[in-house]
Each structure stands twice: as structure tokens, then as C-alpha cells.
Design a protein around this ligand. Structure first.
Ligand SMILES: [Zn+2]
Length: 282
């Protein structure tokens, strides 16, 4: 059997929710092996050992990494950037719209506050190449094609490896039952519809899913994400009709999250943003 070019690496990390409480989470990074070695996403800061071990299994070390591709600007995907910058000379690349928040972590923290951001995001790096939809990144014999899939964040992109039929979507597909997490509902929907329309995908990699999806699971997973957004939409509309016209954003978010079964409702800036994006028109 042909050797794959993409190796998923599961990185477990502890996500602090507040001063008292934290939860165990995981995110996937990917090692891409061409003539050059690339890494797609680097996990939360302090949790890079899994990547080091996976590189070692391929006979490589962090110093051998030529490229680091960030699927988007969130801290659990870029937190190891500084780790690799300190151990080699990787060139960093991301979608142009993600550049500012990846280079300026202070700006991201102010504009999208989450608890424990600084610790999770690690050290900032300089982006060497800004990508656009349709661009190809060539690692020597293996290429990744950029599919711009904004919505979850302004700079979210998916990456398609034609050689493996592998599609890395990171956080572009909303997980069913999870926190609604998107900066822009309409963009998120359009991006998922676009991913649904792609042909030739053999393996779908979502950053926070246990296993990659194959065969019929691929369209089913994307459609389920779209359906979940419809469910959230109905919940927002129902919450609004049952609340006074001057209800605060926190209250609308609380009532929405309760209606989709998230108890206790995790009302925080990132969920408020998602919920409120359902009430924007145009
Ligand atoms: Zn994200």
C-alpha cells in the first residue's frame, strides 16, 4: 500500500475554564511528509511532546520542520508555534486573514477574550507567507491546496492533499452538540456547503474529532454540522421571542444554550459572539 503523506497527531491538553475549573481536551496536528517536512497546526502551548515523538518515529526532529501551516488563528492551533521557532527555522504560513491575530497575540486576546489565552497561545511568530483561496503549498512531491473556509474565524482555511485524498478542515465543521463557535454564521454555513460539494475526498480530518471520517461519514458529518446550526438558529429565535425586547446579549445566549441542551449554559464572549451572529441581518 502507498505510504500516506499526512500523519495525524493527537495532542491532549488541559483547557482552563476559570480559576477553579479546567477540562481535558485534545486537538489534532498533522505532519506532512514530502521532500520537506511540514506541520499543520501546533496545538496549545506546552503540549508539543506528541509532535516531537511523532517526528522521531519518522526519523525527524523539530529542527527538520521546514514549514508550519496554521489552519486558523485560535490559540489551541498556534500555541506551539514559538516552540518550533526556538528549535529550528520553520517558515510560518496561514491565510492572509489570520495573519494579524497570529502575529499579534495581544490583539487577539483583547478582541476575542478567552480564559487563559496567554498561557495557551504561547509566543508569537512572524508569518512568512500569507495564503489565499486556491493557493498551493508545495513541500516537494506533496502539495496542499488552500480552501478558504471562514466563519469559525475570519482566517479559517481547510487544506486538501490531492495525493492522499485527505481534507483537513480543522474547526470549519461545527461539531454536533458542542459549543456553537463561529464569528460569522452565514460564512460558516457557506464554508460547510462548499466542503460538502468537494469531490474525491477519501479522508476527512477535523481537529477535535477522535477519528478521521471516511466514505459516507464525510458528507454525513458536514451535513450534521449544518443541521446543528439550523437547530441553534431555531433556539436563538425561540429565545428571543420569549425574552423582553431589551434583553441583554448574555441573557439571549443563556436561553439559547439551555434550549440546545448545554447545561450549565457556558455564557462567555466566544459563545455570545456565535449566538448574536444569528441575529445579524444582511
Ligand atoms: Zn478554532
Amino acid at each position: 500500500m502507498k505510504r500516506p503523506n499526512i500523519f495525524p497527531v493527537r495532542l491532549s491538553f488541559v483547557l482552563p475554564l476559570n480559576a477553579e475549573k479546567s477540562v481535558d481536551r485534545f486537538v489534532h496536528a498533522y505532519i506532512v511528509v514530502g521532500e520537506q517536512i511540514a506541520i499543520v497546526d501546533t496545538g496549545a502551548a506546552g503540549y508539543q511532546q506528541g509532535l516531537v515523538d511523532a517526528l522521531a518515529a519518522l526519523g525527524k526532529s523539530p529542527a527538520d520542520v521546514a514549514w508550519i501551516v496554521n489552519t486558523h488563528e485560535h490559540p489551541d492551533h498556534i500555541g506551539g508555534n514559538g516552540f518550533f521557532a526556538e528549535r529550528g527555522q520553520p517558515r510560518f504560513t496561514c491565510h492572509a486573514a489570520a495573519t494579524r491575530w497570529i502575529e499579534d497575540l495581544g490583539a487577539q486576546s483583547r478582541e476575542r477574550p478567552i480564559y487563559g489565552f496567554d498561557k495557551m497561545a504561547g509566543k508569537a511568530i512572524r508569518v512568512a507567507r500569507q495564503l489565499q483561496d486556491g493557493d498551493e503549498i508545495d513541500f516537494g512531491g506533496v502539495t496542499l491546496q488552500v480552501i478558504y473556509t471562514p466563519g469559525h474565524s475570519p482566517g479559517s482555511m481547510s487544506l486538501y492533499c490531492p495525493m492522499d485524498g485527505a481534507l483537513i478542515t480543522a474547526d470549519a465543521i461545527q461539531p454536533v452538540g458542542g459549543l456553537p463557535l463561529y464569528a460569522d454564521l452565514q460564512q460558516s454555513r457557506a464554508s460547510m456547503r462548499r466542503l460538502l460539494s468537494l469531490r474525491g475526498v477519501k479522508t476527512l480530518y477535523c481537529a477535535h474529532s477522535d477519528q478521521p471520517f471516511v466514505g459516507d461519514e464525510i458528507p454525513a458529518t458536514i451535513q450534521a454540522g449544518l443541521d446543528y446550526l439550523d437547530r441553534v438558529d431555531a433556539a436563538v429565535k425561540d429565545a428571543v421571542t420569549h425574552l423582553p425586547a431589551n434583553a441583554a446579549q448574555e441573557e439571549i445566549t443563556r436561553e439559547t444554550l439551555l434550549r440546545i441542551g448545554l447545561t450549565p449554559p457556558p455564557v462567555m464572549p466566544i459563545t455570545i459572539q456565535s449566538v448574536m451572529s444569528h441575529l445579524r441581518t444582511g
